[in-house]
Design a protein around this ligand. Structure first.
Ligand code: 5AD
Length: 346
């Protein structure tokens, strides 16, 4: 283990067995060492700055049927909504005033947002807020569609790979969804010059230690600019309703490991993490994360975008209550900044 930690801190790539060994040693005395190294690494590169992103959940319609997600098309009980261009622009307006310089438009795979509609929205935001970054998180699209998004001015794209193991992927998704398509999308996005974000859930059903090692190996190869890691949380209207939620400590440990594999990565302390743990945001930052994504969606729609049960949407999760978040971050020695928050190695 000592040798592996040495390699990790020196930026030497690890193999699958080494990653497996690290994950298996979560409860060992090495954990504190890894956390310390991760925090030092992020401080060296990003100081005590925390970047914020205004999350605008533009649609709860989805054509996919992922077994874990509350927005899956088979969920008849999900309340569906979609935002108009005007509503989205109003979110940006409020967000800009609160200090946000990145807007993330996330939604289910919703055919209403044709390429024409989406590029119109993206270019309007870029026109009105030229000092802001636009991030999209709208799922799997063709190369041509991604190209249009990019030409309209989108800067970044988030698409979690969910799991880097084909077999595990097929246990989380219906057969029409393939890990190979997901990976191709990430490659396409990268080649188009997007800053890309991948990531996975911790403790998703049937996940093994080996699977997590594969996720780490995949991230090491892909080198995404952003990595989203959050615990799986069951949703009562999905096939996984009775599955246990992912573990906070393991999630934090993986955040630290990813910080060491990809020192420059922008890593959020996710909403899922603060849903399972009251101090999730703080703990995420103290494990090596450096991004927080408060909710900037219209308040009336917020409770309809339910990927999982009990999703945290109030207090420090809410963009309009950014002061609460600022105070929380100050309390642990960090500072929220008004900044696009691009990766420092771009
Ligand atoms: N628990 C935790 N995270 C989830 N996501 C979707 N459903 C759940 C769930 N039940 C995550 C997926 C997706 C991101 C938008 O939300 O990783 O990529």
């Amino acid at each position: 283990m000592h040798e592996i930690i040495k390699k990790l801190s020196a930026g030497v790539p690890l193999n699958i067995d080494e990653f497996k060994k690290i994950v298996e040693n979560e409860n060992s005395s090495f954990k504190a060492e890894i956390t310390d190294m991760a925090v030092k690494q992020r401080k060296n590169i990003y100081g005590n700055k925390i970047y914020i992103r205004g999350l605008i959940e533009i649609s709860s319609f989805c054509k996919n049927d992922c077994y874990y997600c509350g927005l899956r098309r088979s969920n008849q009980n999900a309340e569906r909504y979609r935002l108009t261009k005007e509503e989205i622009l109003e979110c940006c307006n409020q967000g800009y005033q609160s200090g946000f310089r990145t807007f993330v438009m996330q939604g289910g795979e919703d055919a209403y947002y044709t390429d024409a509609r989406m590029t119109d929205i993206v270019s309007e935001i870029k026109k009105q807020y030229p000092d802001c970054a636009v991030t999209l998180s709208l799922g799997e699209k063709s190369y041509e569609t991604y190209k249009k998004y990019r030409e309209a001015g989108a800067d970044r794209y988030l698409l979690r790979h969910e799991t880097a193991d084909c077999e595990h992927y097929s246990k989380l998704h219906p057969s029409e969804m393939k890990l190979s398509s997901r990976k191709k999308c990430l490659e396409d996005l990268k080649s188009l010059g997007f800053q890309i974000g991948a990531g996975f859930m911790v403790g998703s059903p049937y996940q093994t230690t080996e699977n997590l090692a594969e996720d780490l190996l995949y991230l090491q190869e892909l080198k995404p600019h952003m990595v989203g890691i959050g615990p799986f949380i069951p949703h009562h209207d999905t096939p996984f309703r009775d599955m246990p939620a992912g573990n906070t400590e393991l999630t934090l440990y993986l955040i630290s490991i990813v910080r060491l594999i990809l020192p420059y990565a922008l890593i959020p302390a996710t909403t899922a993490l603060s849903t399972v743990d009251e101090y999730g945001r703080e703990k995420g930052i103290l494990a090596g994360a450096n991004v927080i994504m408060p909710n900037l969606s219209p308040v009336l729609q917020r409770k309809k975008y339910l990927l999982y049960d009990n999703k945290a949407i109030s207090g420090a999760e809410a963009a309009e209550q950014i002061d609460i978040l600022k105070a929380k971050m100050n309390n642990i020695g960090y500072e929220i900044v008004i900044d696009r928050g691009d990766a420092a190695n771009l």
